[in-house]
Design a protein around this ligand. Structure first.
Ligand code: NAP
Length: 505
């Protein structure tokens, strides 16, 4: 008698208690293959659809997310699997729906196509350049934004907007939510007339590697840890046909308090504590390292603010809680000392919040003080003078964001700190914390390695579409054979540069 192989499952767990809340079947290899085959078969139809059509698909998903019964259900489910709290999750759901509509609008606006036309002259043939969709995109969402960077998050929305089918690998930290989101999207896409295969969800650790290695996959969009993103990037670079991996990872996100800014130490210290402990410190943009002027008393003020703060919430997974504790130990081993600590709730994936300080000499390449410790953990380093600080900043790793807390618009240190931080970052914030990442036209969410594997790209904002297209020039090609945005009548009404001059659509 041969038994069928036991079906593998992922277990959803409630971080507040550690109790199993659901089991979801892992997609078997032939299921992953089928999803990729369908995505590949849908590529032509998805890529040839007009931006307005794709915007309609994305709006259909957004509307389905915001349908009151569905929204209430999704928020409750997300809270059960993440313990992030219904208030935060309701805001994240609204943001996710807005993002879906935003990327649709960005596609319709059309500048992402980069249409550039040089009409024929006696000296050269016509050249018509446009960006075309890459094909199926494998998406890996992160644990900490189950909605906004999850199954229907920035990567999925921007890939579909750019004309690429999507196969998402669900995150095991919220398996039931991922399945519910996928069902909702599939129904909305079907109602809106999107081709079969435009979207699929697969689950299971091994499915991730399959997605990256499949010949059907044209690009990978990953949001998560440096370890995971860099592993998948290596895997993609070992393929016979190498494909781009846009991995957005976690970084330390340094903050500098200027000497003039130190006049507001108590207020900045309270803001710092809120910024590194909010959401149990589980933000890729958490400020993990703050440089304060020596003698400002910043570390002590932040320590007092931390001790007055509310008890910490839960981590998303048992593993994240364990690595936050191990990360704190690692910081101490590498020269930091604990200034203050506040115990977590004590059950489930409980985590304590910890503020540490370290001498500036410990800031050197290879030291763990320069790496992300995901969780409510942060470090204060005091500097003697601006010249000393400016000589240390180039030792920091590439980072998603950095911030300057200044003494106001006339603070003379702002320009020199911007000069020092710009080579390191994707975004720099003046007089604010780096945690919030607005989805907007001017956003840049990326940064030099190891913030991302593709420093020229962003995973948030209108330019997120660029990742999933590549330029092609049609030389001497008859008008009737050109893709729609290059035709003389410009049927998609997109902005175009014609013979060097910009024409609005
Ligand atoms: P993660 O553990 O790297 O997981 C992300 C996804 O990648 C999961 O689906 C995971 O699957 C998969 N994965 C990871 N390593 C893999 C491997 N070696 N082979 C195949 N699949 C692999 O990250 P996370 O815990 O969800 O998120 C926390 C991290 O994400 C933090 O470092 C945070 O800073 C960062 N983050 C970055 C951003 C950003 O925009 N830059 C946003 C949010 C979070 P399995 O779980 O099944 O292994």
């Amino acid at each position: 008698i041969t038994r069928p192989p036991a079906q593998k499952v992922e277990r959803g767990q409630n971080p507040r208690t550690g109790r199993v809340t659901c089991t979801v079947a892992v997609t078997p290899p032939d299921g992953v293959e089928a999803a990729l085959g369908a995505a590949s078969a849908a590529s032509r139809a998805v890529g040839a659809s007009s931006p307005a059509t794709r915007a309609r698909w994305l709006r259909a998903i957004a509307d389905a997310l915001e349908e009151p019964d569905a929204a209430a259900d999704l928020i409750a489910l997300a809270d059960r699997e993440t313990a992030l709290g219904e208030t935060r999750l309701a805001a994240e759901l609204a943001r996710t729906a807005d993002q879906l509509r935003f990327y649709g609008d960005a596609a319709v606006e059309g500048s992402y196509l980069g249409v550039t036309i040089d009409r024929a002259t006696p000296a050269r043939p016509s050249l018509a350049r446009v960006r075309v969709p890459l094909g199926p995109v494998a998406v890996f969402g992160a644990s900490n934004f189950p909605l906004a960077f999850g199954v229907l998050g920035n990567d999925t929305a921007s890939a579909l907007a750019a004309g690429c089918p999507v196969v998402v690998k669900g995150h095991p930290a919220h398996p039931a939510l991922s399945a519910r989101l996928a069902d909702l999207a599939l129904s909305a896409l079907e109602r809106a007339g999107a081709p079969d295969g435009a979207f699929a969800l697969v689950t299971g650790f091994d499915s991730g590697a399959m997605l990256v290695q499949s010949p059907h996959t044209a690009a990978v969009a990953f949001t998560g840890s440096q370890q995971g993103g860099q592993h998948l990037w290596r895997l993609a670079n070992e393929r016979d046909v190498v494909i781009p991996v846009f991995a957005e990872m976690g970084t330390v996100n340094p903050v500098v308090l200027t000497p003039a800014g130190a006049a507001g130490t108590a207020e900045v210290a309270a803001g710092f504590v809120r910024a590194f402990t909010g959401g149990a410190g589980q933000f890729c943009t958490k400020p993990g390292l703050l440089f304060a002027p020596s003698g400002s008393g910043f570390a002590a003020a932040a320590g007092r603010a931390l001790e007055r703060s509310a008890p910490q919430a839960w981590c998303l997974t048992e593993q994240i809680a364990a690595s936050a504790a191990a990360g704190t130990d690692g910081l101490v081993e590498d020269g930091a000392t604990v200034v203050a600590r506040v115990a977590g709730p004590g059950r489930g994936w409980s985590v304590e919040a910890v503020l540490l300080s370290a001498p500036i000499g410990a800031v050197r390449p290879g030291n763990r003080l320069l790496e992300e410790c995901f969780g409510p953990v942060a470090l204060v380093v005091e500097y003697q003078d601006m010249a000393g600080l400016l000589s240390v900043l180039p030792r920091l790793q590439g980072t998603l964001a950095a911030a300057i807390m200044s003494g106001g618009e006339q603070d003379p240190d702002i320009p020199r700190l911007l000069d020092a931080l710009t080579p390191l970052v994707g975004r720099v914030v003046v007089d604010g914390w780096p945690t919030g990442v607005a989805t907007a036209w001017g956003q840049q969410h990326g940064g030099p390695w190891p913030a991302t594997t593709a420093p020229a790209s962003t995973s948030v904002g209108a330019a997120a579409l660029d990742r999933f297209t590549r330029p092609v020039t049609y030389q001497g090609t008859p008008d009737m054979a050109l893709p729609p945005p290059l035709r003389p009548d410009n049927p998609w009404s997109v902005p175009r540069r014609v013979d060097g001059a910009l024409e609005m659509g």
